[in-house]
Ligand binder design. Sequence first.
Ligand code: SUG
Length: 447
Amino acid sequence: MSQTVEMNFDGVIGSTHNYAGLSEGNLASADNAKLVSRPRQAAKEGLAKMFRLHQLGLKQGILIPQERPHIPTLRQLGFVGSDHAIVEKVSKSEPHLLAMCYSASSMWAANAATVAPSADTSDGRIHFTPANLKSMFHRSIEPDSTSKILKTIFNNQQYFVHHPALIGGVHFGDEGAANHNRLCMDYGKQGVELFVYGHSDFGQSRVPTDFPARQSLEASMAIARKHGLAFDRVVMARQSAEAINAGGFHNDVVSVSNKNVLFMHERAFANKSDLLHDLTSAFGDQPIYFIQVPEKSVSLDNAIKSYLFNSQLVNLPGSEDMTLILPIESQQNKTVYSYLLDLIEQDTPIKNLQFVDVRQSMRNGGGPACLRLRVVLNERELAQVNPHFVLNDKLFSRLNNWVDKHYRDELRSADLADPYLLNESRAALDELTQIMAIGSFYEFQQA
Ligand code: SUG
């Protein structure tokens, strides 16, 4: 029988990783603003996480970092002169804008795109829509490059369809797979796609939240249409205002799914009983598990602090049991850890725990699940994936050496004004394009 797998593509953490406090509503980003970051450590943590999954027998791919600082954005905003002159000018007049153009935020691959597996789409191809990330300026500059990277990796129109990012500004604000779960009996069988939105601008009245609700219902609906999904296999659910107010800016901070399991905080969704009913009926007579973590066991605040749900729920090869790959912070949190030890003794498919250290990313609100984009692939599709982007022992060690050679130990906000940082970032990306065999890929290489 041909095998279909769920492959994770993780964002390689860029050399300009820093803490700029750019994301309102993301408590870690706000709390750690202006902290000294450690780019080399960050990138190595990310690579070690990918390698761990690879060693566990899972298919692991990579997405390369985007060009930062992104000078073309600054030029579009009216800055002129040499690249260095622009950095100097912006660092003096609008340091916040410079930080936005320097952010390594494309590391959070869960926000790169929404992906529909071929088993769910009307034309039997895999569909990709890069997220427009309209609600945060520093992220809104990602989609063009994301699209280019995805087209480089999944480069065969017979199997892969690439849509442009959605038009329509914040009304169609789209944050990609961070607000999208797919439930199924088997990866290769048609599944039920669950889209989670925070606001709806046309039709439904906006539910007020203290922090921005980033994903819109209208965006989710457009993606479901464009991906050719069967609407009786699509469920739209609203994220609870409480979750957003507690710092759950994306749904993957309060729930995660794998196959027929939805692991969630009991307060993650508005109208929860409708959601559970809709999912159960879309599943027909097949079993579906809802594992709800009650507030009294782990409060919403504690779930968000520990990033309990920003984990990867996976089946290791040859096993029906599921493994949760969690951030180390959830092991260090006594309440959460004791809940987890109890969970694996219960009668649910989740039986194993693995903890990973991605602390540098966590301090910007990005846990293990934020760093990965899931792509379901059957054997024929897998054979079409650009092999340079598939992690193996050799690529892991080359990327580690590359990080050692090019990345700084520390970065402070004042360092963004340093002209050498731009040179270093470009030197790193230039060598990366050689490792990945993709020629002159970045805009600065074409200038
Ligand atoms: O968009 N943080 C990211 C974190 C994204 C996490 N992704 C998922 N939950 N899938 C964001 O808020 C902070 C950057 C800074 O403040 O320097 C930032 O962009």
